[in-house]
Design a protein around this ligand. Structure first.
Ligand code: ADP
Length: 514
């Protein structure tokens, strides 16, 4: 298992998430203030436009009144009805009153003060001329004609002036509306930009590091990464990362301690097993020795050879038991060498030749160009354990098929491939080049309830004296030492497949999260 490189993260003067979130809040407060200011401004603008519209109504009234004056003037000239004169005079008085009441507003917006004064003067002259006209009509024809011409001219002037004022008012209202629309559009645009800027800044400064952290935690928990490394200066994130990495380190340490204590416990159990196992060859040796001593004088050479061979055989058996114990107990450092995978398997199959029954066919289909960098003796021990189990599961007749293929793995495919299997162990991530080894047998298969326990130390389904339940536990340890991973698929009656993935590159390299 790879060591965790714990980095002590510098606790210099850093920014903090709290500060950033507060800044974000300030941005939102600024926006809220802007919205309030905009609303007030809009309200004031609307009030102004409303005033102008009201003024416009006064000007329209003024203009309409002057038109009425002219209408009744024309009627009077035509029909000489005193009522028309009176009506015209009433409208003239109304114009006078409107000018009097709104002089200040009119002079600010639609006409200058002298213009208003001139209009008032013209209305006054008009009224006088009309009164004079009424007085002289039907008495003095030439005077009447002169007055009529003067009245018409001055009436025209009055209408022209009020028409100009109405047009000016319309222009002013249109300009105000245009200005209001522009200001509103620009404000909405600015507000949207500000909102986007604040949102973007918050997402960049706060959400992004959190998302990265989330990905890192996920990568660590799935075994693709040894430690969390978040590129952020935020105090909170740095302290969480630091605490998280410390926790991972502590967990790894505990795991190792646990494994060691389990190994020690298993050594004790194994010693008891060994003592028991050793009893058989030792008593056989002792028996053979006794027989030899008794028969040494009388027996022939063949008999003596037979007994000596039995002693030799039993000694070898005892040595094997002791070696297995030593191999398990010894903590030798792993020593890698580069070699073809096919050679490794060929040798293992050769070791097992004596135990392979004639009905069992072992087929190894391993491309010659696959080279692995492994501890020869350890990996061979793992392969030996796996093939031996397969031989035992097959019994008298069947097939063991060994195959291997190179893979180039992205982090995603690396995770999905072996994690999809019923039993997946170890770090099943190796981004980069790897070799997938498959050992498939046509044996009995493993029952579903047994499957989750087969890698546990001392778990065996074999009879006492036939299995110690350490084979797969050791296989798992060896594969893990090589930064590989192992999983198994099995079904009772349909055989078993062990998948092993070993990295082909520099296996000490810590995998990178993408
Ligand atoms: P042992 O071989 O000493 O029992 P192992 O750890 O090698 O210990 O195996 C544990 C158990 O897993 C075995 O007892 C057996 O039930 C099961 N097992 C392992 N490999 C196979 C296989 N290829 N087919 C069927 N069962 C298997």
């Amino acid at each position: 298992m790879q060591q965790i490189a714990l980095t002590c993260l510098p606790m210099k003067l850093q920014s903090s998430l709290r500060q950033k979130i507060t800044l974000g809040y300030l941005g939102y407060y600024a926006m809220a203030l802007l919205v309030i200011a905009l609303s007030l401004f809009t309200y004031a603008e609307l009030r102004l436009i409303e005033q102008k519209v009201r003024l416009g109504e006064g000007i329209s009234e003024l203009f309409d009144a002057t038109l009425e004056i002219r209408r009744f003037e024309k009627n009077y000239f035509l029909y000489r009805q005193f009522a028309d004169f009176q009506e015209g005079n009433r409208y003239a008085a109304k114009v006078d009153e409107l000018l009097e009441n709104n002089a200040a507003d009119f002079s600010v917006l639609v006409a200058s003060a002298p213009q208003i004064a001139s209009l008032k003067n013209k209305i006054r002259i008009y009224r006088n001329l009309m009164a004079e006209y009424v007085r002289v009509s039907n008495i003095d024809a030439p005077q009447e004609a002169l007055l009529e011409a003067q009245i018409r001219k001055i009436g025209k002037d009055v209408v022209a002036i009020t028409e100009g004022m109405a047009a000016a008012e319309r222009r002013i209202i249109r300009a105000s509306l245009d200005r209001f629309r522009t200001i509103l559009l620009v404000s909405i645009g600015m507000l949207s930009l500000l909102m986007m800027a604040v949102g973007w800044a918050l997402s960049r400064m706060v959400v992004r590091p959190l998302k990265h952290m989330d990905r890192c935690v996920e990568a660590v928990s799935s075994g693709r990464l040894d430690k969390m490394d978040v590129p952020s200066d935020d105090r909170e994130i740095l302290s969480i990362t630091h605490a998280f990495n410390l926790m991972i380190g502590e967990l790894e340490l505990r795991q190792k301690r646990l494994l060691r204590s389990e190994k020690l416990a298993s050594l004790g159990t194994m010693l008891a097993g060994v003592a028991h196992e050793m009893n058989n060859p030792l008593s056989n040796i002792s028996l053979s020795c006794q027989l030899l001593l008794e028969e040494i004088e009388d027996s022939d050479v063949a008999r003596r050879r037979e007994l000596m061979e039995q002693i030799e055989e039993q000694t070898e058996r005892a040595r094997k038991i002791v070696r297995a114990l030593l191999d398990f107990a010894r903590d030798k450092p792993i020593k890698r060498e580069r070699m073809p995978l096919a050679t490794l398997f060929d040798e293992v199959i050769l070791f097992l030749k004596g135990e392979t029954l004639s009905g069992v066919n072992i087929v190894a289909d391993i491309p010659a160009d696959i080279e692995v960098s492994v501890d020869r003796q350890r990996l061979q021990q793992a392969l030996l354990n796996l093939i031996k189990n397969a031989l035992e599961a097959i019994g008298a007749a069947g097939e063991i098929r060994i195959s291997a293929a190179k893979r180039h793995l992205t982090s995603e495919s690396a995770v999905s491939r072996l994690d999809g299997s019923p039993k997946s162990l170890g770090k099943c991530f190796h981004g980069g080049d790897a070799v997938d080894i498959e050992i498939r047998d046509s044996g009995t298969g493993i029952p579903t309830e047994v499957l989750p326990r087969i890698f546990d130390p001392f778990f065996t389904t074999k009879e006492v004296g036939y299995g110690m339940g350490l084979g797969l536990f050791i296989v798992y340890e060896i594969v893990e030492e090589h930064n590989g991973c192992i999983s198994v698929e099995s079904e009772v009656g349909r055989g078993t497949v062990f998948h092993i993935r070993l990295p082909l590159g520099n296996s000490d390299e810590a995998p990178q999260v993408s």
